[in-house]
Design a protein around this ligand. Structure first.
Ligand SMILES: Cc1ncc(C[n+]2csc(CCOP(=O)(O)OP(=O)(O)O)c2C)c(N)n1
Ligand code: SF4
Length: 284
């Protein structure tokens, strides 16, 4: 039986005390153990940032790549070995800014992986500049007159691109966040969990207590996760009430199913045949 301790690692963690990332890390370990997923079957992939450091603090396979490029690497890894369970940790800057193009195309392809976006609404690692999800008017050191661009809405964009699992979590959500991560990982296709995460050092607006007053669980309202129109409506709800939970879920063929590569087993286990390559090259 897999336990939480199987993912423990001794790498030094220097996130600020009180950072929302700690709650996400705990829920990840709990979800992996609850799914009875052995560390060797799990691959964590991340880009650059405070959120992207998360895989360092877990004992399993990991690939720490370039800023914004985690989903591109994850797509390749899934093609090479579709039997691996892949989880991507990304920040709102990393995923929706530098990696925005990869975000859209991973959804369109329906790559079977779980994307956890630690959304603290700022660039944390580089000390608090505005990110794509900063609210209009937000004052930062580099936007002293307030952000002038409209905020990026990841849930609405994911829904409009056909994502089959779209959810919002809260880093202080404890058991609910663990449940969401488990559900996302069980979903056969692309799953997005955008996680509201306070940055205690650089976001003095969207604090832990600010979220505590506003977040509510969609399960309490008997939300139907197959209602696309309702999900789209909920994706725009941000203010006094912030919905958390699964907004929308629908199974469609995943990337590797569409490619038809699953039936012959993972590519990494197939024999290399130079003659086949020669044939392809000579036909060019
Ligand atoms: C191509 C590139 N551009 C910029 C940087 C500098 N940089 C490193 S981390 C970061 C911001 C990360 O912010 P976010 O993804 O929101 O994650 P957080 O640190 O808030 O968790 C930036 C701009 C970089 N490393 N590479
Ligand atoms: S700067 Fe913000 S995101 Fe980074 S560790 Fe500190 S609180 Fe967390």
């Amino acid at each position: 039986m897999v336990t939480i301790q199987d993912f423990d690692c001794s790498y030094e963690n220097n996130w600020c005390p009180g950072c929302g990332n700690f709650g996400i890390l705990s829920s990840m370990k709990e979800a992996f153990a609850a799914l009875d997923l052995p560390p060797e079957k799990l691959l964590l992939i991340s880009g650059i940032g405070q959120a992207a450091k998360t895989p360092h603090f877990l004992k399993c396979n990991l690939f720490h790549t370039l800023h914004g490029r985690a989903l591109a690497i994850a797509t390749g890894a899934k093609m090479a070995n579709h039997e691996l369970t892949i989880v991507v940790n990304s920040g709102d800057g990393d995923c929706y800014g530098e990696g925005g193009n990869h975000f859209m195309n991973a959804i369109r392809r329906n790559v079977n992986l779980t994307l956890l976006v630690h959304n603290n609404k700022v660039y944390g690692l580089t000390k608090g500049q505005a990110s794509p999800t900063s609210d209009i008017g937000m004052v930062t050191k580099t936007q002293p007159h307030g952000v002038i661009a409209e905020s990026f809405n990841p849930l609405a964009i994911a829904l409009s691109l056909g994502a089959g699992f779209v959810a919002r979590g809260f880093s202080g959500g404890g058991e609910q966040l663990t449940r969401l991560i488990q559900a996302g990982m069980k979903h056969q296709g692309f799953s997005l969990i955008d996680i509201a995460q306070p940055c205690v050092s650089f976001n003095k607006v969207n604090t832990h207590s600010w979220y505590k007053k506003r977040v509510y669980d969609l399960q309490q309202e008997n939300h139907r996760t197959d209602d696309f129109q309702k999900a789209l409506e909920l994706s725009f709800l941000w203010g006094d009430r912030i919905p958390t939970g699964i907004l929308y879920q629908k199974k469609t063929p995943s990337f590797t199913e569409r490619l038809g590569i699953e039936k012959d087993g993972p590519i990494i286990r197939r024999k290399y045949d130079p003659l086949k390559l020669q044939k392809v090259l000579s036909a060019l």
